[in-house]
Every structure is written in structure tokens, then in C-alpha cells.
Design a protein around this ligand. Structure first.
Ligand code: PMP
Length: 341
């Protein structure tokens, strides 16, 4: 096992900063009068949210079998991607590594931070070529590797994730946004083994809370402290925090939703395979399909005419469209339009 000194990987100016924690959130009171934050005394949402998101972290710690100190809460996992880049990548100097194709926001936040984006092209089955990975890692020494599994937009899970964590001289971020739909075990259980690992999860997909904007990072305490150092103090609003905490109490509803999504995925897959304009349906471990069509542009436009919005992936993945499953009647509409093309 490689020894990691996380401090060596961090941007130097970040090491000099301390996380912002409001005095209020760091203490307990019996009957407080809050005159410290220039809030209004009136209204339903007049108080700033807990800057430490303590209650949510305690719930998640119990749910995921980690310490509350191993959890950072973001305004969606998008914000956490941004914060991770800010913590580890010196602008104009460091690079990030991402798979290609993969989730575009890794490249977006790196570019905003003036970091080079190195792309690791996936093979014909959308897997990683290990030799190519080792070559790029050794030659270009990217600081952060964003490994998305199941991958967006291809839908497949990445095999042997531990190999990439072991063989990377920087931080490996395993983005598990779609993990609840897959049979893959979460990398959260590897955290004690690998100090260079960060696992991202989100409430936006299986949990059905994309509008609330809540994403979670799991890592060892030292990394979490750094992420908390660069985040905005009140990055997640109290309405969202409360809603997510309620939802965790009713986890069985979410499990039912996941079951329904998976059964629609398998029904849809069966239907798609019998549609003429469909050339190939790639295997998926997520709530969406990557589909190759005989004429993807035409299919995309025909769907759009029927007000069915999908995500066109050409020319990067030629003739492919990414389509997520909807409600049963929405999926039926999709099938009917595709049959008519
Ligand atoms: N990671 C992946 C792989 C995604 O597909 C998405 C959303 N499309 C995100 C992260 C961002 O999720 P959030 O809503 O939590 O910001």
C-alpha cells in the first residue's frame, strides 16, 4: 500500500485556511436569543441553515456506517466536484483526469479553475484500458482522477475500481451518482484502506430530489476538513436539508421507486430491441440507456416534435442518444413514437 501525505497534494494556500463554522453551530443553547447574524426576527425561513449540516451528517453516518466527520454535504454533487478541484488543483499548473465519454462537469469545473483536462478514452465496451491509464498517470501526473461508475452517459459500471485507486498518485474521486440502480458495491467500504479516495453520491437520482440540490462526499476526515474549508458557509439551504432528513426516515419509499425504475428499465430494454430504427442498446447499470440508432439526428428530431426530450450524444459517441426511463405512460409514449419512425 502506498503511503499518502494528503498535505502534499493540497493547494498550498488552502492549507493556511480554516473551515468557517458559525459560533451558533458550534455550541448548544437552552433558550437562545439570536441577534448575531443580522437575520430577520420574522418569517418562516428567517434563520441561516446549520453551516455544519450536523443532523444530516449524523443520519447519513448511521446509514452508511461511517463517521459524521467523514461526510461533506454539497449543493448537489456538482458543487462537491468544484470544491474538490479547488482543494487539490493549482490553477494554470495542475491537471485532472477523466474518462471519455463521461460526465461533462468534471471538465467544466477544471476549466473554470484553469486546470488542464486530460481525457482517458474508453474502449469499445466503455471500459478503461489499464495500460493507457498507467501511461497517462505516470507521464502527465494529474492531481485528481474522476472515475464515474456507473458511468454517465454510457451506463456501464467500471470493473476493478480498486486497481485505479491503488495505482494513482493523486486523489481518486469515484462518482456513484447512479449506484442505487446497480449491483456494484459502494466504494465507501474502501475508505479506511485508501486515504486518496473520495466517494460522491447524490440525492438527485434514485432519491428523486434533484430539485433540492444535495450531494454527499465521503472520505477520510483530513480530506473532508479541506472540502469544508473551501465551501460557502451556508451552501445547503434549510428547506432542502429538512426535506432530505425526512426522506431518510422513509427509505422504504425510495427502495420501492428504485424497484419500479429497474422493472421499467428491463421492460423498455425488451421493447427497444424490437424497434426498427434502434441499432444497439448498450448494457446499463443506471436509470438510463445509451442507444445507437440508424439515424440518431432524425430520431432525436422526431422525438422532439413529439415533445420528448432526450440527450443527443453525437458526434462524440456517433449516432447515440441517452434516454432515461420515465413513468410507465411516458415510456409507452417514447416506444410508440420510436415505432413510428
Ligand atoms: N455525477 C454524475 C455522474 C451525474 O450524472 C450527475 C447529474 N447528471 C451529477 C454528478 C450531478 O448531480 P447533482 O444533482 O448531485 O449535482
Amino acid at each position: 500500500m502506498k503511503e499518502f501525505n494528503i498535505k502534499d497534494l493540497v493547494r498550498k494556500n488552502i492549507l493556511e485556511l480554516q473551515p468557517y463554522v458559525s459560533f451558533r453551530d458550534n455550541n448548544t443553547f437552552e433558550n437562545p436569543v439570536f441577534l448575531d447574524a443580522n437575520e430577520s426576527a420574522f418569517g418562516e425561513c428567517n434563520r441561516y441553515p446549520d453551516s455544519t449540516q450536523k443532523e444530516l451528517k449524523e443520519k447519513l453516518a448511521a446509514l452508511k456506517n461511517v463517521l459524521a466527520e467523514q461526510i461533506a454535504v454539497g449543493n448537489g454533487s456538482d458543487e462537491l466536484i468544484d470544491l474538490i478541484v479547488k482543494v487539490f488543483c493549482e490553477p494554470k499548473k495542475d491537471a485532472i483526469l477523466m474518462m471519455n465519454p463521461s460526465f461533462a462537469m468534471y471538465g467544466f469545473y477544471a476549466s473554470v479553475n484553469e486546470n488542464k483536462v486530460i481525457k482517458l478514452n474508453l474502449d469499445e465496451n466503455f471500459g478503461i484500458d489499464k495500460e493507457e491509464f498507467l501511461k497517462i498517470s505516470n507521464e502527465e501526473k494529474p492531481k485528481v482522477f474522476f472515475l464515474c461508475s456507473p458511468n454517465n452517459p454510457t451506463g456501464n459500471s467500471i470493473e476493478d475500481i480498486e486497481f485505479y485507486i491503488q495505482n494513482f498518485d493523486g486523489i481518486v474521486v469515484v462518482d456513484e451518482a447512479y449506484i442505487e440502480f446497480s449491483e456494484q458495491t459502494s466504494c465507501i467500504e474502501l475508505l479506511e484502506k485508501y486515504p486518496n479516495l473520495i466517494v460522491l453520491q447524490t440525492f438527485s437520482k434514485a432519491w428523486g430530489m434533484a430539485g433540492a440540490r444535495v450531494g454527499i462526499a465521503y472520505a477520510l476526515q483530513e480530506i473532508i476538513k479541506l472540502i469544508n474549508t473551501v465551501k460557502s458557509p451556508y451552501n445547503v439551504n434549510s428547506l432542502s436539508l429538512n426535506k432530505i432528513m425526512q426522506l431518510i426516515n422513509y427509505k422504504n419509499i425510495i427502495e420501492e421507486n428504485i424497484k419500479n425504475t429497474l422493472s421499467e428499465i428491463s421492460r423498455l430494454k425488451h421493447e427497444l430491441l424490437n424497434i426498427e430504427c434502434v441499432k444497439r442498446v448498450f448494457p446499463t447499470d443506471a436509470n438510463f440507456f445509451l442507444i445507437e440508432f440508424n439515424n440518431a439526428e432524425n430520431v432525436y428530431q422526431e422525438l422532439l416534435k413529439n415533445e420528448i426530450l432526450t440527450s443527443k450524444r453525437s458526434p462524440q459517441i456517433p449516432d447515440c442518444i441517452r434516454i432515461n426511463v420515465g413513468k410507465r405512460e411516458e415510456n409507452n409514449k417514447l416506444i410508440n413514437v420510436l415505432k413510428s419512425i
